[in-house]
Design a protein around this ligand. Structure first.
Ligand code: SF4
Length: 94
């Protein structure tokens, strides 16, 4: 992963990451290439949740973060947006 953080996002978790010293290219595979190896590294990572949240909040569009691909993260972002809309409608309805 290549971290260029927004100033207000905590990146201290990266010091505990399982991917320290692992070839970053593994986490940014060519389109259509396997993500299996990267996800295997993430599977045992103790900061996986922090990494995933960072990527979601920072709008990371490329690579494997928190064991998830771009497409998987997009799905989470979409679901969260729907949840927010639903919560707003419920709040409006009183
Ligand atoms: S979840 Fe994966 S990409 Fe994120 S810090 Fe851990 S090993 Fe690295």
């Amino acid at each position: 992963m290549g971290i260029i953080a927004k100033p207000d996002l905590d990146t201290s978790w990266k010091d505990l990451s399982n991917c320290l010293g692992v070839d970053p290219d593994l986490f940014f595979p060519e389109r259509g290439a396997s993500t299996r190896e990267a996800k295997e590294v993430c599977r045992g990572c103790e900061v996986r949740v922090d990494c995933l949240e960072y990527a979601l909040q920072n709008g990371e569009k490329f690579g494997i973060w928190g064991g998830m691909s771009e497409r998987e993260r997009r799905r989470i972002r979409r679901q969260r947006a729907l949840d927010r809309q639903t919560a707003a409608r419920v709040a409006e309805a009183g």
